[in-house]
Design a protein. Structure first.
Length: 251
């Protein structure tokens, strides 16, 4: 049998981080939800981006039952996940200057849209440049990052700045530098990351806030339903048809 105490310690660490985010980021979550609701109400489109494992939280809010149908995944070739071969190439691409601007200039993003950029460290060239260039295009940017990295690491962008320095709103995931919650004397490296759990929950809280804010204004939130419940496919077809000009994951 394994050491169940380690499992308990991990859950306790994750729960502690979730509580911190709930309590300390409440105002930022409310503001981010309002920004997304404003964008939807004003006819804008929603996009989310993350590189590597940060992409998991971005993917979690795109084409998702219970999620906003208007949230689109902004993809950068070679960095959205660990399926790229060799996997370290994705990490290398995050440090390439000019890549983010090229992607944005070829994307459907335009002034009045909202872009959620997820980067745990916020230090690599890709997320920093993406936030910088997106705002130059008139896009409103929500950054999801661990602010601790700005105090304990240096930027890898030529400006010396971090993602958080180029956002309309910043959501701090509170994840410690290194993204590992557990240590053991018999294990030479820290282990058990919690950033995906926390960042995903943080973004779902924002989406929930956006949906509630739209409803309070008398606007039906464009939500998707599970295709595995009766009537789900019909519901989703109606929503996607109604908003087809703002959805880019459907041909």
């Amino acid at each position: 049998m394994g050491d169940s105490k380690l499992a308990d310690q991990y859950f306790d660490a994750a729960i502690g981080l979730l509580r911190r985010v709930r309590d300390e980021e409440a105002e930022a979550i409310a503001d981010a939800g309002t920004l997304l609701a404003d964008t939807v109400a004003d006819g804008g489109r929603l996009f989310a981006f993350g590189a590597g494992h940060s992409s998991l939280a971005a993917q979690d809010v795109v084409y998702r039952a219970g999620g906003l149908a208007l949230m689109n995944l902004l993809t950068v070739p070679g960095v959205v996940g660990v399926d790229v071969m060799p996997a370290p190439l994705g990490s290398a691409l995050e440090r390439v200057d000019g890549l983010a601007s090229a992607v944005l200039d070829c994307s459907p993003l335009r002034a009045g849209d909202a872009l959620v950029i997820i980067s745990l460290s916020g230090r690599n060239a890709l997320p920093v440049e993406m936030a910088l260039h997106a705002r130059e295009l008139g896009v409103r940017v929500i950054g999801v990052t661990s602010v601790a990295y700005t105090a304990e690491t240096t930027s890898r962008h030529s400006s010396g700045t971090f993602l958080k320095d180029h956002c309309d709103l910043v959501l701090d995931s509170k994840i410690p530098v290194g993204d590992a919650e557990l240590t053991l004397d018999t294990v030479p490296a820290p282990f058990a990351p919690a950033s995906t759990v926390v960042t995903t929950a943080l973004l779902q809280a924002v989406i929930a806030t956006a949906a509630g804010t739209l409803a309070a204004r008398g606007i039906e939130p464009p939500l998707l339903r599970s295709g595995n419940v009766d009537g789900g496919h019909e519901w989703n077809s109606r929503v996607m048809e109604e908003y087809r000009d703002r959805i880019f994951y459907r041909q």
